[in-house]
Write a protein that binds this ligand. Structure first.
Ligand code: TRP
Ligand code: SF4
Length: 474
């Protein structure tokens, strides 16, 4: 399975994302005052979101950033990202909204004028949903020199083959489009330019390739890497858990060749045998990637205060020190010596809204979506003619129940218009057990959608003034 961020495929099996791409299941249990989208399982996956949760809990600095190509009507599906940004801002995040006009120009052929017009539309909804322009930042990619410089530097850390492998580009892909992936990587790291901090990128799953690229780049932009190690020689990441277990109770007593006799994996056994009678001992390894000598020496001095340090040519091993504290010290020294010290970007992923006509909700197919600027009556009509997860006949529906899991109307409730969790659950239950019929269900959703739009449009009107008065430049 490939993910194409510019394609029109919908994701039909979210569970594959966990196994194939290493996305973790989103755990709502330790999120303070979670967003409804988190509670209702619409936000389902994440990478490294713990970093952000911890910063939220500890009152430390953190950031949130996301954005869109200004390339079509803003619809209800887009509002998820905007609400996710506002929610983080309200919890203290340094929050950014990106107008991805370079991407829209290169990948969608949008003119700069069109970009500006759509950008305004998007920002009005962002403000209407409660974004505070005094505390947060809105920028256009084309207008941000620092961003473009960072994108250029990131370009030095990747090559054609890597981009092709991640995005499925080939010799026909235009260079501007390729560059736009580096611009997006720069967006993702932009909140950390002044100072490294945990940063969450809330997106739909189609954006995950950009996160994979950027997580690799963030690592390569560091002067130092911090890893777990057990011997002077390297052990592959996939084998570390076996060694970790073995060393837990035998720290400094078991030799590599002794452990080799007991492990099943041949590759690991060979590696350990080559290690001979060196005793295995847990340690934190700090690797230098072209770090200047002064930085390397400074790291060693600082770490000596934390534990015992064994220096090698290109790395240091630190014993009896907490890994997180080592990481913190290393990052600080790196930044003092002019490095970036990037945290790997965190992300979380929401399910896409299904189009009202089935398939993916798309801004280029008006009937598939409800645009935030649709007339409320028109929107109601779209809801009334939506496909549903209902049965052929009312009788059959009463008997067997409908399928809310395969119904864009149910999604309207769950994602946007339900009054509260209880309401969303009731719709689900009543549909599944046959108490609810599609006609009535749709007209309830249609009314709620019209109400929602009226309210949102009023808030957008008020936001026009806020936009004029703010220092947001589009
Ligand atoms: N690629 C995104 C889209 O297709 C827009 C985007 C650009 C973005 N930079 C970003 C999203 C950074 C999240 C984070 O709409
Ligand atoms: Fe969808 Fe409502 Fe029909 Fe159930 S009753 S299938 S939720 S429209």
């Amino acid at each position: 399975m490939d993910i194409d961020p510019w394609g029109s495929d919908s994701v039909d099996d979210y569970s594959k994302l966990f196994d194939e791409f290493g996305i973790d299941e989103f755990d709502v249990s330790d999120v303070p005052e979670p967003l409804d989208l988190m509670r209702r399982g619409i936000i389902f996956g994440e990478r490294d979101y713990d970093l952000v949760k911890e910063a939220m809990r500890e009152g430390e600095e953190f950031a949130a950033l996301s954005g869109f190509m200004p390339s079509g009507n803003l619809h209800l599906g887009h509002l998820m990202v905007l609400r996710e940004l506002v929610w983080h801002q309200q919890r203290g995040a340094d929050t950014y909204f990106v107008v991805a006009d370079l991407e829209a120009h290169s990948a969608r052929g949008m003119s700069w004028e069109e970009c500006e017009r759509y950008a305004r539309e998007y920002v009005l909804s962002l403000l209407a949903l409660g974004f505070d322009p005094e505390k947060g930042t809105v920028y256009r990619q084309s207008d941000n020199d620092e961003l473009r410089d960072l994108a250029f530097e990131l370009g030095e850390q990747t090559n054609f083959n890597e981009l092709n492998a991640i995005y499925g580009f080939d010799g026909e892909t235009n260079i501007g489009h390729m560059q736009s992936t580096l611009t997006q990587a720069a967006d993702i790291l932009y909140p950390q330019l002044d100072e490294p901090k945990p940063t969450v990128i809330p997106v739909g799953t189609d954006q995950d390739p950009h996160l994979r690229l950027t997580r690799g780049l963030a690592r390569r932009m560091r002067m130092f890497g911090v890893t777990e190690a057990y011997a002077s020689f390297e052990i592959e990441d996939e084998h570390k858990s076996v060694v970790r277990e073995a060393v837990k109770d035998t720290d400094g007593e078991l030799t590599a060749e002794e452990l080799a006799e007991t492990v099943e994996d041949e590759e690991l056994a060979d590696r350990l045998r080559a290690g001979g009678d060196e005793t295995l001992r847990a340690r934190t390894r700090v690797l230098s990637r072209d770090a200047p000598d002064e930085a390397f020496d400074a790291v060693r001095d600082e770490l000596e205060a934390l534990g015992s340090v064994e220096p090698f040519d290109e790395h240091l091993d630190v014993y009896d020190a907490d890994r997180e504290r080592v990481e913190k010290v290393v990052r600080e020294v790196e930044v003092e010596h002019g490095g970036y010290g990037f945290y790997p970007p965190s992300s979380f992923y929401h399910r896409f809204m299904t189009g009202l006509t089935g398939g993916k909700m798309s801004s280029s197919v008006p009937k598939s979506h409800i645009a935030v600027t649709d007339e409320p009556e028109d929107a109601s009509e779209k809801v009334m003619s939506a496909t549903t997860g209902g049965r052929e006949t009312a009788e059959e529906q009463r008997e067997k129940g409908g399928d809310p899991d395969d119904c864009p109307v149910y999604e309207l409730y769950a994602y946007t218009v339900a009054k509260d969790d209880e309401h969303a659950e009731r719709v689900y239950e009543e549909c599944a057990n046959g108490e609810r019929l599609c006609g009535g269900c749709k007209s309830e959703a249609a009314d709620l959608t019209a109400d929602f739009l009226e309210e949102h449009q009023e808030a957008r009107d008020e936001a026009r003034e806020t936009l004029e008065e703010s220092d947001i430049e589009l």
